[in-house]
Ligand binder design. Structure first.
Ligand SMILES: CC(C)(COP(=O)(O)OP(=O)(O)OC[C@H]1O[C@@H](n2cnc3c(N)ncnc32)[C@H](O)[C@@H]1OP(=O)(O)O)[C@@H](O)C(=O)NCCC(=O)NCCS
Length: 173
C-alpha cells in the first residue's frame, strides 16, 4: 500500500471525527476540541489516504509546537482499524517528528496509555524513550500515562526517511 499525506484542512473535520469516534469509542475528543486543534496556529495536523483515493481518509495525526518553541508534543495519532500494520502509523509519527525538527524542535514529547502496547511499540521503534509515568492519568479506568521523549539529533535523524508526503509502509531507515 502506498500512502499519501497532506496537511489537514478544516474541511477534514467531519472525516477526522468519524475516525476519532471509531478509534477512541470511550474517550473521543469533542468536535469542538478537534476543530480548535485544526484551527490553531500552534498545531500541525496531517491526514493520510491511499494513493489515488484522496477522499478515503485512513489516518491522521497532530503536533503541537508554538512558533519559536524548541519542544513539540504529539497530540494524537490514529489509523483506521482496517489500515493497521501497514506502516501508516510509522509514517505519520515520523512525518510529525520531521516537521518538528524542521521547525527547530530539539525534543518531541508524548503521552500514551500504559496498556496501549501497539502505540508504545511504535514509538519505541521510532526512538522515543520512556521518561516518566503519570498514575491514574486516564479516567475512567485509572490507567497510567507513560510519558515519552524523542531527542532530535541533527544530521543523524533517527525518525527520518519516508518523505513528508508519501510512503509505502516499508522501513526506510
Ligand atoms: C498505534 C497505531 C497508530 C499504529 O498504527 P499502524 O499503522 O498499525 O502502525 P504501523 O503499521 O506503522 O506499525 C509500525 C510498528 O509499530 C509496532 N506496532 C504497531 N502495531 C502493533 C501492535 N498491534 N502490536 C505490537 N506492535 C505494534 C510494530 O513495531 C510495527 O512494526 P511491524 O509492523 O513491522 O512489526 C494504531 O494501532 C492505532 O491507530 N491505534 C489506535 C489509536 C491509538 O492508540 N493511537 C495512539 C494514541 S497515543
Amino acid at each position: 500500500m502506498t500512502w499519501r499525506l497532506r496537511g489537514a484542512w478544516i474541511e477534514d473535520l467531519h472525516a477526522i471525527m468519524e475516525l476519532e469516534r471509531a478509534t477512541f469509542p470511550d474517550d473521543a475528543w469533542s468536535e469542538n476540541l478537534m476543530r480548535a486543534e485544526l484551527e490553531s496556529e500552534h498545531t500541525h495536523y496531517i491526514v493520510a489516504f491511499p494513493e489515488g483515493d484522496p477522499t478515503d481518509l485512513r489516518g491522521y495525526a497532530g503536533l503541537m509546537m508554538p512558533r519559536g518553541a524548541t519542544e513539540a508534543d504529539i497530540q494524537t495519532v490514529a489509523v483506521a482499524a482496517d489500515a493497521r500494520r501497514m506502516g501508516l502509523g510509522r509514517l505519520l509519527v515520523r512525518t510529525l517528528v520531521n516537521t518538528a525538527r524542521d521547525a527547530g524542535a530539539h525534543e518531541v514529547f508524548l503521552e500514551v496509555r500504559e496498556d496501549n502496547t501497539a502505540a508504545r511499540s511504535l514509538y519505541t521503534e521510532l526512538g522515543f524513550e520512556q521518561i516518566g509515568v503519570r498514575p491514574g492519568y486516564y479516567q475512567p479506568g485509572n490507567v497510567a500515562a507513560v510519558v515519552m521523549k524523542h531527542v532530535i539529533r541533527r544530521g543523524s535523524e533517527s525518525a527520518s526517511g519516508g518523505g513528508p508526503e508519501s510512503g509505502d509502509g516499508g522501513d526506510p531507515r
